[in-house]
Design a protein around this ligand. Structure first.
Ligand code: GTP
Ligand code: MG
Length: 309
């Protein structure tokens, strides 16, 4: 269905919508009335009518608890490479969810992202989904050499593994937003099992500096996260985002660092894992937030062949 088929949307409004970034029915369906008002100058009730019609066209509606249970049964899990970390996650990295890995530099976020990009390609019996990956790289840290090592660690053909990873380099937050929308479109093919954004917040942090820009940053970040969340839901794929931490100056007890992005990132991520470095090259992952799993910790290692217990 085209945007022009929505009630009250003519060619002019449709092109205004597209110009404002609402290119797909899915993005209209997830918009708020005030966003559409700002984008096209339409009234609130017209905006609500359009949003509801867009939802209907995509069969987005109330579901019964039974239907939700059926959807939950479709959830699959990607192995992280570490049994302890998989157990902490209830079996691995879930589809239809955003898993956020945050922690200080060198804590293993990018390594986990690389490992998942390889493991998602494994057969289901070995902890994969036998599908490809989209990797949005915002810090220029994607390393094909590392993928080769990890692929060899599994006895996979490195060339095939690299071929199944689509990497886009995002040079700023606007770029990152565009790549995510493109990724959502690509995922409709059904060949994508995982979308990675490494790092979710770095470019937003660089582009929106100063207090006055915080509201704008959070609104953009919120919409960006919902784009990838929706791609995960609609296509039963997993989403991994990484996030840095910042020092919390007013904290005197406990861990003085908090993830970037505040409540927006915290509430949109389904699983939040806090990674930290430990003795002897060990890493500790702590599950901070999950809808249905107990909090806890897992210890893993980053080795030549990848993530291990
Ligand atoms: P930032 O992006 O800087 O915030 O950090 P990060 O959390 O993404 O860290 P990353 O995942 O890049 O972890 C880097 C660490 O992984 C290095 O300091 C090494 O300890 C380890 N590592 C990376 N490559 C290898 C490797 O080939 N072999 C081994 N044994 N360890 C590696
Ligand atoms: Mg990194």
């Amino acid at each position: 269905m085209e945007l022009e088929e929505l009630p009250g949307v003519g060619a002019t409004t449709a092109s205004k919508l597209r110009d404002a970034g609402y290119k797909e029915m899915t993005s209209v369906a997830a918009a708020s009335a005030s966003e559409l008002k700002d984008a096209c100058g339409m009234g609130e009730s017209a905006a609500n009518r359009i949003i509801l019609a867009a939802k209907e066209s995509l069969d987005i509606r109330f579901r019964t608890g039974t239907e939700m249970l059926e959807r939950r049964k479709l959830v699959k899990r990607i192995s992280t490479g570490s049994t302890a970390l998989n157990d902490l996650l209830g079996g691995g990295i879930e589809t239809q969810a955003i898993s956020e890995f945050y922690g200080e530099f060198g804590s293993g976020k990018t390594q986990i992202a690389h490992q998942a990009a390889v493991n998602v390609q494994l057969p289901e019996a070995d902890g994969g989904l036998e599908k490809g990956v989209i990797f949005i790289d915002t810090e220029n840290t994607f390393r094909p050499e590392r993928i080769i090592q990890m692929a060899e660690g599994h006895g996979l053909d490195p060339e095939t593994v690299l071929e199944n990873i689509q990497v886009a380099r995002a040079y700023n937050s606007a770029d990152q937003i565009l790549w995510a929308e493109k990724a959502a479109e690509m995922a409709q093919s059904g060949d994508v099992g995982l979308i990675i954004v490494d790092s979710l917040t770095a470019q937003f942090r660089a582009d929106y500096t100063g207090r006055g820009m915080l509201a704008d940053r959070q609104q953009k970040l919120n919409r960006h996260m919902h784009t990838i969340q929706r791609a995960g839901d609609l296509n039963n794929l997993a989403v991994i985002v990484t996030n840095q931490v910042m020092a919390k100056p007013d904290m005197f007890f406990g861990d003085p660092t908090v993830p970037i992005g505040g409540h927006i990132v915290g509430h949109t991520s389904t699983f939040r894992l806090y990674l930290r470095k430990s003795k002897g090259g060990k890493r500790v992952a702590r599950l901070m937030d999950s809808p249905n799993l107990p909090d806890g910790e897992a210890i893993f290692m980053v080795t030549q062949e990848g993530i291990k217990d």
